[in-house]
Design a binder for this molecule. Structure first.
Ligand SMILES: C[S@@+](CC[C@H](N)C(=O)[O-])C[C@H]1O[C@@H](n2cnc3c(N)ncnc32)[C@H](O)[C@@H]1O
Length: 295
């Protein structure tokens, strides 16, 4: 494969064009954007730097680096994974193979939680929060960035994921207010949380094979697999939420597009009072379910 798309002696602009053409031919979604990001990463140049360097000729090393990145993208590896970084709630996050690449849809959980908190009074009323299945730390760190007086804990069964989340907290200056615990959802936590959030695995096991290769082959399986009906995590979390939450405490969970009814029912069964209708994401899917512990 080496040298098929980009050869030493080509210009930067020509390399971008040929990578974009190869990605387009493979029917990837955003070939021009991906080519710009991958060529930029290989050369250590941002958008403006790439434009300035357009007519520069590539060294053999540079051509090899571009080729290697393009080859990974052609194998459906998402650009965020190739770059090793992503963005969530405008926060820069490191992502590795051990964590889910945080999705824009998940920002709905943060928006919904903040709206519910603001509807009740000052944000400082939320002193303690927990993020169950924290992955890269995305939701926990976004909320800590918005709730400057809160402390939070993220849990995960993946030690590697917890390492990534801890590093992300450190890079964002949030480590003093963030703790990380290896356990099954809230299993190792004492109660008293004002807010519990979670984006747990919720894909039905049988549906995983049908997902896009970018997800199926690159997001960690434990981050996806929600059991036979996709609801295993919600059952565990709903059963434990009454213990974890302070009286009146809020719980906000992300759900799959057809799961909000089932999750509301699970919360009901566990004496968690639903707050409002499920919160919709930008595509109009019911994405976040909110409830509170009855006092
Ligand atoms: C869908 S990912 C969400 C990651 C992150 N919260 C986000 O929104 O980007 C689910 C996370 O739950 C973790 N997980 C799976 N089973 C778990 C369990 N029993 N207890 C705690 N975490 C679990 C996975 O390792 C993964 O990091």
């Amino acid at each position: 494969m080496a040298g098929m798309m980009v050869a030493a002696g080509a210009t930067v602009a020509a390399a971008r064009r040929s990578v974009a053409a190869a990605l387009r031919a493979a029917r990837l979604d955003t070939p021009d954007l991906d080519a710009r990001l991958l060529v930029g990463e290989a050369l250590g140049l941002d958008h403006a730097g790439l434009a300035v360097a357009a007519a520069r000729v590539l060294t053999a090393d540079e051509a090899r680096r571009i080729e290697a990145f393009a080859t990974r993208r052609l194998a459906h590896e998402p650009v965020a994974r190739i770059l090793g970084r992503s963005q969530f709630w405008s926060l820069p996050l490191v992502v590795t193979r051990d964590v889910l690449d945080p999705r824009p849809d998940t920002e709905t959980v943060v928006t919904a939680a903040l709206a519910a908190i603001d509807a009740r009074g000052p944000r400082r009323a939320v002193a303690r929060l927990a993020d169950l299945g924290t992955g890269s730390g995305a939701i926990l760190l976004a909320l800590l960035s918005e709730l400057p007086e809160a402390r939070g804990v993220g849990t995960d069964t993946s030690l590697a994921a917890l390492g990534v989340a801890r590093d992300n907290a450190g890079r964002l200056g949030l480590a003093p207010r963030a703790g990380f615990v290896a356990c099954d959802y809230g299993g190792a936590l004492a109660g008293g949380f004002d807010l519990v959030v979670s984006n747990p695995p919720y894909i039905r096991t049988a549906d995983i094979a049908t997902l896009a290769p970018e997800v199926r082959d690159f997001d960690p399986r434990p981050a996806l697999d929600g059991g036979p009906d996709g609801l295993d995590a919600y059952r565990a979390i709903a059963a434990d939420a009454g213990r974890l939450l302070a009286p009146g405490g809020l719980i906000v969970v992300e759900v799959g597009h057809d799961q909000s009814g089932a999750v509301v029912a699970l919360f009901d069964t566990n004496h968690l009072a639903r707050i409002g209708d499920p919160y919709q994401d930008f595509s109009g899917h019911r994405r976040a379910v909110l409830a509170q512990r009855q006092t």
